[in-house]
Design a protein around this ligand. Structure first.
Ligand SMILES: NC(=O)c1ccc[n+]([C@@H]2O[C@H](COP(=O)([O-])OP(=O)(O)OC[C@H]3O[C@@H](n4cnc5c(N)ncnc54)[C@H](O)[C@@H]3O)[C@@H](O)[C@H]2O)c1
Length: 290
């Protein structure tokens, strides 16, 4: 039988992302034992019942003293405080890694908190659904998906190799990225689209106050486009707060395009509109073929 990569992983935040990480590692026999910590005791009970975790820690001290790796998968604004608390209990050699969708501020702050002989590596799996909690977790979430790790010049080589191997065991392909670049890229391809979807739902809802039954006509386009507006509000509040600068930059770029589009419609500029839509189609078709 294959030897597990590590003995004990402690998951802090046994929701969709933390729970799926645990299930995937167990499925790959990459870990011997999973201990769960979560603010929500009912969620922890569900995780136990579903076999996502083997035990729920009775306290931070109890769970963390046995950890080889701690995986933090809570909303991003809570990660730093949890790392501050976690470092008081982890044994020498322990690695802390996370799943937060925003990286630059976190990585620098967490790295500086680590006691000698312990290590931090930032991570961000590019996988998810609009559902939350342990009940939403599944073992194949990370299969054939990317996971971004954001090592720095100070990252320990063996630590990076181990965290990489854990993600590979979940079925992910791992890429390394500098954390500031990570935040700019995801502001564009993930955070901006979510903001647009949230705002669109509000805009259409305001029209619903004037036009009776407008939602009853909401078919394909509106539903497809706004699926991501059903994502967890706390998670997205934190992402918007933590990636503020990069997100504001993308919102400004979007507003420029959108205002231009509005002006062209107001001026009945049919040729321009057709050209604009042609270019959008070409760019979008290019993405799906890649
Ligand atoms: N859902 C996605 O699509 C996705 C994708 C990539 C990364 N992420 C990141 O993963 C993290 C977790 O997201 P999720 O979708 O699994 O959320 P989730 O709501 O499914 O799970 C989060 C869990 O953390 C627990 N929790 C919250 N604060 C806590 C605290 N202070 N201490 C202990 N437990 C706490 C909650 O009770 C919940 O069970 C977030 O940082 C998010 O940015 C999410």
């Amino acid at each position: 039988m294959k030897k597990p990569l590590i003995n004990t992983v402690v998951i802090i935040g046994v929701g969709l992302i933390g729970g799926s990480f645990a299930l995937a590692l167990k499925k790959a026999a990459a870990v011997e034992r999973v201990i769960g910590i979560d603010l929500d005791s009912e969620n922890l009970n569900i995780a136990l019942k579903l076999g996502i975790i083997d035990e729920a820690a009775s306290s931070f001290a109890d769970g963390l003293s046995q950890a080889n790796v701690v995986f933090i998968a809570v909303p991003v604004c809570s990660i730093l405080n949890l790392v501050k608390e976690t470092v008081n209990y982890i044994p020498s050699g322990c690695i802390i890694t996370d799943a937060g969708s925003v990286k630059s501020e976190l990585v620098n702050a967490c790295e500086s908190l680590m006691p000698p002989g312990t290590h931090f590596v930032g991570g961000h799996p590019i996988a998810g659904t609009e559902h939350s909690g342990a009940a939403a977790a599944f073992a194949t979430l990370y299969q054939n998906r990317r996971c971004i790790l954001t090592p720095t010049a100070a990252t320990d080589h063996d630590t990076l190799n181990l965290v990489t191997a854990l993600w590979q065991a979940t079925g992910s392909s791992v890429e390394y990225m500098e954390s500031v670049a990570h935040d700019r890229v995801f502001a564009a391809v993930s955070h901006l689209p979510h903001m647009v979807a949230f705002a669109l739902v509000h805009a259409v809802n305001r029209s619903a106050e004037e036009e009776e039954n407008i939602m009853a006509f909401s078919a394909g386009g509106f539903r497809d486009f706004t699926r991501i507006a059903s994502s967890d509000p706390v998670m997205w509040r934190d992402i918007a707060m933590m990636n503020r600068e990069a997100l504001l930059d993308m919102l400004d770029r979007y507003n420029l395009e959108f205002n231009n589009l509005r002006d062209r419609i107001a001026n009945s500029d049919a040729d321009w509109l057709e050209d604009f839509f042609k270019t959008s189609k070409r760019l979008r078709d290019g993405i799906s073929q890649r």
